[in-house]
Design a protein around this ligand. Structure first.
Ligand code: RB5
Length: 295
């Protein structure tokens, strides 16, 4: 049985709507769909407007009562989808403090559209606002692939304008090889600042959302310097296959950095392959040295 939990603040508006919509769209008997809240007054019914909007759309609302998300539910969930980034951040903090996995916690926008957007709380608004909120949640939930709910960790990829074209080539490679990834931008060759993209990917590698990252700028240097400022990140600038393998084996590097203006696409893809496929050696001396870096 797989568990998907939609999470919002009070578990009376957004997350119960998402739960009801998901139940109406998912026909897998082995998927348990739930909703819970972070700041919950126990046992409140679903909000009247939320209920009305669901009923108007012929979606069944069972006898919902609000529930707080507990540690054991967080631990047993296969997928957690929050309505806001702040809620995701709180859950990640809670999970980390209790030594449980964080790679299955996403915002609904992030999971379905790779977007950095929150679903606004309609609480206290009129029916029109609830209708809009319903439509927004419906369009996102309908993008969830219930045939493939996994907690597989992803590769995060990001670049500045100087690395944009190589990023697109690597994305093609990841797609062709069915490697799950998340694109952190930038999304064009308009000039941007590489520390922003380095930090975004590095943060998600450090907090466990991503298994590994790939960062590209013109030289690979600025973005690797930026990523390495985040604690827990070991970003390696590699322009040859030997280094990519060695940095996985010796340094357990979790981010690969490259420079689009330095190497060609063919070599870059060989480097990506080596980096993603080479395991850490787990050798005692390498573990000791990595721990020294952390300290
Ligand atoms: C941008 O022109 C360039 O400075 C940047 O992509 C990178 O090479 C920085 O290290």
């Amino acid at each position: 049985m797989k568990n998907i939990i939609f999470v919002c603040s009070g578990n009376t508006c957004r997350s119960p709507m998402a739960e009801a919509i998901a139940k109406s769209l998912c026909n897998h008997k082995d998927i348990n769909i739930l909703s819970m809240g972070i700041f919950v007054y126990n046992n409140l019914p679903i909000n009247e407007n939320a209920k009305l909007v669901l009923q108007n759309n012929n979606i069944n609302v069972s006898n919902h009562v609000s529930k707080p998300l507990t540690l054991s539910e967080l631990e047993n969930a296969d997928l957690i989808l929050t309505m806001e980034k702040e809620q995701k951040a709180l859950l990640i903090e809670f999970a980390k403090a209790n030594n449980i996995k964080t790679n299955n916690i996403f915002t609904l926008y992030e999971y379905t559209l790779n977007k950095d957007t929150d679903i606004k709380d309609p609480f206290g608004s009129d029916l029109t606002t609830y209708n809009e909120c319903f439509n927004e949640i419906y369009s996102l939930v309908s993008k969830i692939n219930f045939d493939n709910i996994s907690e597989e960790t992803m590769i995060g990829i990001g670049s500045d304008h100087g690395g944009f074209h190589l990023k697109e080539e690597i994305i093609k490679y990841l797609k062709d090889n069915n490697i799950p990834f998340k694109d952190y931008g930038t999304y064009s060759t308009d000039a941007v600042d590489y520390p922003i993209y380095g930090k975004k990917v590095a943060n998600d590698v450090a907090n466990g959302t991503l298994e590994k990252g790939i960062l590209i700028c013109g030289t690979g240097i600025g973005i690797s310097i930026s990523a390495n400022k985040v604690k827990g990140v070991r970003a390696a600038l590699c322009h040859d296959v030997f280094s990519a393998k060695a940095t996985r084996e010796h340094n357990d590097a979790n981010i690969l950095c490259m420079g689009e203006r330095v190497i060609g696409v063919g070599l870059a893809l060989e480097i990506v392959k080596a980096f993603l496929e080479t395991p850490f050696s787990n050798d005692e001396r390498h573990i000791r040295r990595i721990n020294m870096i952390e300290e």
